[in-house]
Design a protein around this ligand. Structure first.
Ligand code: DGP
Length: 141
Protein backbone atom coordinates (compact mmCIF):
# COMPACT_ATOMS: atom_id res chain seq x y z
CA UNK A 1 0.00 0.00 0.00
CA UNK A 2 1.38 3.44 -0.94
CA UNK A 3 2.46 5.38 2.16
CA UNK A 4 3.94 8.89 2.36
CA UNK A 5 5.66 9.37 5.73
CA UNK A 6 5.31 13.16 5.40
CA UNK A 7 1.53 12.99 4.88
CA UNK A 8 -0.70 13.73 7.91
CA UNK A 9 -3.42 11.31 6.86
CA UNK A 10 -0.90 8.53 6.09
CA UNK A 11 0.39 9.04 9.64
CA UNK A 12 -3.18 8.63 10.92
CA UNK A 13 -3.60 5.44 8.86
CA UNK A 14 -0.34 4.10 10.29
CA UNK A 15 -1.45 4.92 13.84
CA UNK A 16 1.40 7.39 14.31
CA UNK A 17 -1.07 10.26 14.80
CA UNK A 18 -4.31 9.92 16.78
CA UNK A 19 -7.79 10.35 15.36
CA UNK A 20 -11.39 9.92 16.46
CA UNK A 21 -11.94 6.83 14.35
CA UNK A 22 -15.44 6.06 13.12
CA UNK A 23 -14.92 3.10 10.84
CA UNK A 24 -12.33 1.27 8.82
CA UNK A 25 -12.19 -1.56 6.34
CA UNK A 26 -9.33 -2.95 4.27
CA UNK A 27 -9.18 0.03 1.92
CA UNK A 28 -10.66 3.04 3.73
CA UNK A 29 -10.66 4.88 7.04
CA UNK A 30 -13.29 7.30 8.38
CA UNK A 31 -12.62 9.69 11.24
CA UNK A 32 -13.78 12.99 12.67
CA UNK A 33 -12.48 16.27 11.23
CA UNK A 34 -10.71 18.17 14.02
CA UNK A 35 -11.68 21.51 12.45
CA UNK A 36 -15.37 20.77 12.09
CA UNK A 37 -17.45 23.10 9.95
CA UNK A 38 -20.53 21.67 11.73
CA UNK A 39 -21.00 19.07 14.49
CA UNK A 40 -20.44 15.56 13.14
CA UNK A 41 -18.13 16.66 10.30
CA UNK A 42 -16.29 13.51 9.24
CA UNK A 43 -13.62 12.57 6.71
CA UNK A 44 -13.25 9.44 4.59
CA UNK A 45 -9.93 8.51 3.04
CA UNK A 46 -8.49 5.65 1.03
CA UNK A 47 -5.75 4.11 3.18
CA UNK A 48 -3.30 4.13 0.28
CA UNK A 49 -1.76 7.52 -0.36
CA UNK A 50 -2.82 9.52 -3.39
CA UNK A 51 -2.99 13.26 -3.61
CA UNK A 52 -6.30 14.07 -5.22
CA UNK A 53 -9.04 12.89 -7.56
CA UNK A 54 -6.64 12.95 -10.51
CA UNK A 55 -4.18 10.56 -8.86
CA UNK A 56 -6.58 8.24 -7.07
CA UNK A 57 -7.23 4.86 -8.72
CA UNK A 58 -10.86 4.07 -9.58
CA UNK A 59 -11.13 1.21 -7.07
CA UNK A 60 -9.99 3.49 -4.22
CA UNK A 61 -12.49 6.16 -5.30
CA UNK A 62 -15.22 3.55 -5.32
CA UNK A 63 -14.27 2.25 -1.88
CA UNK A 64 -14.23 5.80 -0.48
CA UNK A 65 -17.71 6.68 -1.77
CA UNK A 66 -19.14 3.44 -0.38
CA UNK A 67 -17.64 4.23 3.05
CA UNK A 68 -18.88 7.83 2.78
CA UNK A 69 -22.40 6.48 2.16
CA UNK A 70 -22.08 4.37 5.30
CA UNK A 71 -20.86 7.32 7.39
CA UNK A 72 -23.63 9.52 6.01
CA UNK A 73 -26.16 6.91 7.13
CA UNK A 74 -24.79 6.88 10.68
CA UNK A 75 -24.72 10.70 10.80
CA UNK A 76 -28.29 10.88 9.56
CA UNK A 77 -29.43 8.34 12.15
CA UNK A 78 -27.53 9.90 15.05
CA UNK A 79 -27.81 13.65 14.38
CA UNK A 80 -30.86 13.95 12.11
CA UNK A 81 -29.37 16.83 10.12
CA UNK A 82 -31.47 18.67 7.51
CA UNK A 83 -29.03 17.44 4.87
CA UNK A 84 -25.52 16.10 4.26
CA UNK A 85 -22.92 17.39 1.81
CA UNK A 86 -20.24 15.13 0.41
CA UNK A 87 -17.46 17.58 -0.45
CA UNK A 88 -14.08 16.84 -1.94
CA UNK A 89 -11.35 19.39 -2.75
CA UNK A 90 -8.56 19.16 -5.32
CA UNK A 91 -5.81 21.75 -5.36
CA UNK A 92 -5.18 25.14 -3.80
CA UNK A 93 -7.94 26.91 -5.69
CA UNK A 94 -10.44 24.42 -4.28
CA UNK A 95 -9.00 24.97 -0.76
CA UNK A 96 -7.45 21.51 -0.47
CA UNK A 97 -5.24 21.80 2.62
CA UNK A 98 -4.28 18.14 3.17
CA UNK A 99 -2.76 16.51 0.13
CA UNK A 100 -4.19 13.02 0.65
CA UNK A 101 -7.49 12.36 -1.15
CA UNK A 102 -10.40 12.76 1.27
CA UNK A 103 -14.13 13.22 1.22
CA UNK A 104 -15.84 15.47 3.72
CA UNK A 105 -19.11 14.06 5.04
CA UNK A 106 -20.71 17.21 6.32
CA UNK A 107 -24.02 17.37 8.18
CA UNK A 108 -25.98 20.51 7.32
CA UNK A 109 -28.70 22.56 8.99
CA UNK A 110 -31.08 24.75 7.03
CA UNK A 111 -29.91 27.85 8.92
CA UNK A 112 -26.17 27.06 9.23
CA UNK A 113 -25.20 29.61 6.57
CA UNK A 114 -22.09 27.58 5.79
CA UNK A 115 -19.98 28.71 2.87
CA UNK A 116 -18.19 26.16 0.71
CA UNK A 117 -14.72 27.34 1.79
CA UNK A 118 -15.45 27.40 5.49
CA UNK A 119 -11.97 28.11 6.89
CA UNK A 120 -10.19 26.11 9.58
CA UNK A 121 -11.23 26.72 13.18
CA UNK A 122 -10.02 24.39 15.92
CA UNK A 123 -12.83 22.26 17.34
CA UNK A 124 -13.67 21.24 20.91
CA UNK A 125 -11.89 17.88 21.24
CA UNK A 126 -14.21 16.66 24.00
CA UNK A 127 -17.30 17.39 21.95
CA UNK A 128 -15.75 15.80 18.85
CA UNK A 129 -14.75 12.67 20.80
CA UNK A 130 -18.21 12.33 22.36
CA UNK A 131 -19.90 12.62 18.96
CA UNK A 132 -17.41 10.12 17.48
CA UNK A 133 -18.50 7.52 20.05
CA UNK A 134 -22.16 8.04 19.26
CA UNK A 135 -21.65 7.82 15.49
CA UNK A 136 -19.17 4.92 15.65
CA UNK A 137 -21.66 2.88 17.69
CA UNK A 138 -24.04 3.11 14.72
CA UNK A 139 -21.33 1.54 12.56
CA UNK A 140 -20.32 -1.41 14.73
CA UNK A 141 -23.58 -3.30 14.41
P1 DGP B 1 -9.36 20.15 2.91
O1 DGP B 1 -9.21 21.57 3.36
O2 DGP B 1 -10.53 19.89 1.97
O3 DGP B 1 -8.04 19.60 2.38
O4 DGP B 1 -9.70 19.33 4.23
C1 DGP B 1 -8.76 18.90 5.16
C2 DGP B 1 -9.49 18.72 6.45
O5 DGP B 1 -8.66 17.98 7.33
C3 DGP B 1 -9.80 20.04 7.18
O6 DGP B 1 -11.22 20.19 7.29
C4 DGP B 1 -9.16 19.91 8.53
C5 DGP B 1 -8.84 18.44 8.65
N1 DGP B 1 -7.61 18.13 9.35
C6 DGP B 1 -6.40 18.74 9.19
N2 DGP B 1 -5.48 18.13 9.98
C7 DGP B 1 -6.12 17.12 10.63
C8 DGP B 1 -5.70 16.14 11.59
O7 DGP B 1 -4.55 16.05 12.00
N3 DGP B 1 -6.66 15.28 12.03
C9 DGP B 1 -7.97 15.36 11.60
N4 DGP B 1 -8.81 14.48 12.11
N5 DGP B 1 -8.40 16.25 10.70
C10 DGP B 1 -7.48 17.12 10.23
Amino acid sequence: MTHDPDCLFCQIVAGDLPCFKLFEDADTLAFMDINPANPGHALVIPKAHSRDVHETPADALGAAIVTAQRIAGALQAELAPDGINLVQANGKGAAQSVLHFHMHVLPRRLDDDLKLNWGLKPGDMQAIGALAERIASRLSA
